[in-house]
Design a protein around this ligand. Structure first.
Ligand SMILES: [Cu+2]
Length: 498
């Protein structure tokens, strides 16, 4: 059994000799550890922030700050957080209202905050062109124009997105609307509606986070051997209802997960990145790549304790999976030990229909684009070429790669010509997947998405609608959400022009 840490009560801390980590780096993870370090703890629930009405605008005060976290007993870890030591509050807002974010940066270096999955003007997007200098503030304002969903926010500071998110600059957003409110889904925050932010991390012996961008960690993306869930190591949750709605975010820099329960029980997937599915999809496992979200409903009416577990994702046929296996990097992680309480409250039955979505019609598209993802590993080792590129080009802040017309619908074909899977994220829109290598998407990919996995040698076609918001100068980003790939250049820029 390869569950190294959490179940066994051993937390392995890394050696700290960052420069030496290579293919044989597993050893450093197995060195010394405080024995009681991973004793079970109650799951941390991020503070729910509903903002304050100021002149009719829902206003959120968000302070990016340095902090000290205690992930393990008796060990302190310097981290970054938003209104706290690690991660940020859950921002709750409703479709149709205007929100304003008062973001102040006090982390000691420049940063940005990107509203991931939000449809908004480019100037409010929080990408690498909306830099907030250390000590400065930024106050974007926008109308919430999309479906009820679980979105998120995180640093997008080129080329420091990887380390800043890794240290804690991320948080969750709940967008609600009337259509979804009427469904009677579990919705009591922190009780039967629980966000779970999954992040794998590596630690140095002194308790600090281990982060390195040596060639191996850049290529594979930075991975760790300890799973944090909402910043909690080895968490448990006492369930007080028959049904539990878990809103999962893969907030990891690079690791893909396949999630299921310890007793293999089935559950219902009700939503993906940008909103609910048309109907619940019953399954025993779901895959979640970095930046992807899933909302699931699990039935606990049998009263038995159960563990939500993360298995290596089924990218095993790929180079990433193979290398992970070779390196002993194909961990199982216990995500959450769910302990049903004896007096569980009744939950409403799950509706058979959830929302109505348009059938994606490629006939609506007036344009098509092709984005080819490449990793030039030869170039990386020999120091030539573009190691990470889209259409042969590495990210350049001063180059607009694509110009889209506002009010149009387009088909984007993503082609992966590398040996690793890339979770591809496009700003501004929630898109639909038309097909993978010509085959229609599976039921769990039929909803609204902002991040899509493109497997090696695969072609994925997306349908994107650029309904409104134009800006001739300020671009949106599209990029791989393995943050080390993004920081290394697998990103491009598009403007939506009038
Ligand atoms: Cu990638």
């Amino acid at each position: 059994m390869k569950t190294l840490l959490l179940g066994g009560g051993i937390a392995a801390l890394a050696d700290g000799a960052g420069g030496t980590a290579g293919y044989g780096s597993l050893g450093r993870w197995l060195l010394g550890a405080p024995a009681a370090a991973a004793s079970p703890r109650p799951l941390a629930i991020p503070t729910l922030l509903v903002g304050e009405p100021r002149a009719g605008v829902r206003t959120f005060d968000l302070n990016l700050q340095k902090g000290v976290s205690r992930f393990f007993d008796g060990v302190t870890t310097p981290t970054l957080g938003i209104n706290g030591a690690y991660l940020g509050p859950t921002l709750k807002m409703r479709v149709g209202e205007t929100v304003r974010m008062e973001v102040t940066n006090r982390i000691g270096e420049a940063s940005t905050i990107h509203w991931h999955g939000f449809h908004l003007p480019a100037g409010a997007d929080g990408g690498p062109h909306q830099v907030i200098a250390d000590g400065a503030s930024w106050s974007p304002q926008f109308e919430v124009r999309q479906r009820a969903s679980m979105l998120w926010y995180h640093s997008h500071m080129v080329p420091r997105t990887g380390p800043q998110v890794y240290h804690g600059l991320a948080g969750v957003a709940y967008v609600e609307d009337e259509e979804t409110g009427r469904l009677d889904l579990p919705g009591d925050y922190g009780v039967d509606d629980v966000p779970l932010v999954l992040q794998d991390r590596a630690f140095n012996r002194d308790g600090s986070l281990f982060y390195s961008t040596n060639m191996h960690n850049t290529m594979m993306g930075m991975r760790g051997n300890v799973l944090l869930v909402n910043g909690t190591v080895n968490p448990y949750f006492e369930a007080r209802t028959q049904k539990l709605r878990l809103r999962l975010l893969n907030g990891s820099n690079a690791r893909f997960y396949s999630l299921g329960f310890s007793d293999n029980r089935r559950f219902s997937l009700i939503g993906t990145d940008g909103g609910l599915l048309e109907r619940p999809y019953e399954t025993s496992h779901i895959a979640l790549a970095p930046a992807e979200r899933a909302q699931i409903i699990v039935d606990l009416s049998d009263g038995r304790p159960v563990v939500l577990r993360a298995f290596p994702a089924p990218t095993s046929g790929t180079m990433g999976g193979m290398m992970g296996g070779m390196m002993g990097d194909d961990f199982n992680f216990d995500v959450l030990d769910i302990r049903p309480n004896g007096q569980r409250g009744r939950s409403a039955p799950l509706p058979s229909r959830l929302v109505t979505l348009d059938r994606p019609d490629p006939g609506q598209a007036s344009g098509a684009r092709r984005l080819v993802l490449q990793m030039g590993m030869g170039g990386m080792m020999m120091g030539g070429g573009e190691p990470f590129s889209i259409n042969g080009k590495a990210m350049d802040m001063n180059r607009i790669d694509e110009v889209v017309r506002v009010g149009t619908t387009e088909i984007w074909q993503l082609e992966n010509r590398s040996m690793m899977a890339h979770p591809f994220h496009i700003h501004d829109v929630q898109f639909r997947i038309l097909d993978r290598d010509g085959a229609p998407p599976p039921p769990w990919e039929m909803g609204l998405k902002d991040t899509v996995v493109v497997n090696p040698d695969e072609r994925v076609r997306l349908l994107l609608q650029f309904a409104d918001y134009s800006d001739p100068d300020l671009p949106y980003m599209y990029h791989c959400h393995v943050l080390e790939h993004e920081d290394s250049g697998m990103m491009g820029q598009f403007v939506v022009a009038a």
